[in-house]
Write a protein that binds this ligand. Structure first.
Ligand SMILES: NC(=O)c1ccc[n+]([C@@H]2O[C@H](COP(=O)([O-])OP(=O)(O)OC[C@H]3O[C@@H](n4cnc5c(N)ncnc54)[C@H](OP(=O)(O)O)[C@@H]3O)[C@@H](O)[C@H]2O)c1
Length: 419
């Protein structure tokens, strides 16, 4: 029943990145090339997705699909490639139909097929790519329905399984470790560095409600940009060595290749305090010298130590992939039903207009003379009766078709789907 849906794809699982690039539609005139592809192959609808680890052509066509499609598509979108390159690339592409194609798209959206399992970013990429294809008038009702269902199912999977839970990014992991130390919301935090990594760390701090933060950076303006957005204080990196207000946690992450936090600097930063502090160092190489970590009582959080947690979290996500797969197997029945109902709706869409035309003909042509001779009250009554009949005549076949669909749904619910 879903046999009009097809996917042709090349992903990080099938080929190295340089081969993947051969399946990408060149950026300059993507719209024209995709229009030509759709027309040349007689597809009704097309949705094109290209991310850093997959190139996917999702299309709807009731025509038989040739097994040579990968070659045909590549020749169409990349005519400049040599025959050998086309052959090599085509041999790695996967072609899926019907149920298998729909399942694959759901798996992609749920990030079960991603380089890093559970990365929700793929949902945004899918949405963006679909909107672009729709904007180019490549898509229609079938793919619109499939896409809506795909996003809905992916969200359900992220909610009901742990596939996207448990952090994997260095920043999220480090922040999680820092939080385990039970810092109070009014803790004094020093953020050293205002590059991309610390900017991201700052977002976690804001979300957790830390208000007493001082940002140091070599280029003062960048420190200021992070600080002012959050009502924090900004200082130049030169002032770090003279800072004497004490602190509870120090987050260091710069591109400096030698230690910024030496025992001398650290001692000054302590400003006479002797309690155990939290030090996060995400720099490579480390910005907190080894002597500092050995000389002072501190909870030291750094990249190497986070690797084990990252591996455990990744293993957890892999486990959750199984749950996601069974959810998809259940949900695919719903898509089949939804698609079927939509086909009925579309097939019956002309009924209201036709019934109205019959009514108008009766009043104006078939019984035109007799109707014109009626007094205004009688004419009003006839029109109201015909209006009532019109509504009922529209509703009867729609209800009958829905009843048949519902009966079919109940009977086939447990029959395994075929493509
Ligand atoms: N292993 C991992 O997974 C991972 C992940 C993220 C980050 N990191 C490490 O984190 C560090 C920063 O990364 P990023 O992405 O935030 O880089 P970034 O966006 O390029 O920012 C670099 C930051 O370091 C500062 N900086 C560069 N050289 C410096 C120096 N000699 N002295 C003082 N400050 C200096 C820059 O100051 P200005 O603004 O003045 O230029 C800026 O604040 C790097 O060591 C990187 O390897 C590692």
């Amino acid at each position: 029943m879903l046999d009009g849906f097809h996917i042709l794809t090349l992903t990080h699982r099938d080929a190295p990145l340089e081969t993947l690039a051969h399946a990408v539609v060149p950026g300059e005139n993507t719209e024209v090339v995709l229009q030509q592809l759709k027309n040349a192959l007689g597809w009704e609808e097309l949705f094109y997705l290209a991310t850093c680890n997959r190139v996917t052509y999702v299309f709807y066509s009731q025509q038989p699909v040739s097994e040579h499609l990968p070659m045909e598509v590549l020749q169409q979108v990349r005519p400049e490639l040599t025959e050998e390159t086309v052959r090599e690339t085509a041999s790695r592409m996967r072609l899926m139909h019907g149920n298998e194609a729909v399942t694959h798209l759901l798996e992609v959206a749920a990030s079960m097929d991603s380089l890093v399992v559970g990365e929700r970013e793929i949902i945004r990429q899918l949405r963006q790519a679909f909107d672009q294809s729709r904007h180019w008038h490549l898509t229609g009702d079938h793919l619109r329905l499939l896409m809506g269902f795909t996003i809905e199912t992916a969200k359900e999977i992220y909610t009901h399984t742990g596939i996207g839970r448990k952090a994997l990014s260095v920043v999220a992991l480090a922040f999680g470790e820092m939080q385990k130390t039970q810092l109070r919301p009014d803790a004094r935090l020093l953020l050293v560095g205002a590059g991309e990594t610390n900017a991201l760390y700052a977002k976690f701090l804001v979300k957790a409600g830390y208000k007493n933060v001082t940002v140091f950076n070599r280029t003062f303006e960048k420190a200021q940009s992070i600080a002012s957005a959050n009502n924090w204080r900004a200082l130049s990196l030169d002032e770090l060595a003279f800072y004497s207000e004490g602190f509870d946690a120090l987050v260091v992450c710069t591109g400096a290749t030698s230690a910024i936090i030496t025992p001398d600097v650290y001692r000054k930063l302590l400003a006479g305090e002797t309690g155990k502090k939290v030090v996060v160092d995400l720099s490579v190489p480390h910005n907190v010298s080894r002597e500092t970590t050995l000389e002072f009582p501190l909870t030291y959080i750094e990249i190497e130590g986070l690797k084990e947690t990252a591996n455990q979290n990744l293993a957890y996500r892999e486990q959750e992939r199984e749950k996601a797969a069974s959810l998809i197997q259940e949900r695919i029945y719903d898509f089949r039903d939804r698609w079927h109902e939509r086909q009925i709706e579309r097939a019956l869409a002309h009924i209201p207009e036709e019934v109205k035309a019959v009514k108008d003909r009766a009043v104006n042509e078939v019984y035109g003379k007799e109707f014109a001779q009626l007094d205004p009250e009688a004419r009003d009554l006839v029109l109201r009766m015909l209006g009532y009949m019109e509504k009922k005549c529209v509703a009867i076949p729609i209800k009958a078709a829905k009843d048949i669909a519902l009966r079919g749904k109940k009977q086939t619910k447990r029959i395994p789907l075929s493509a």
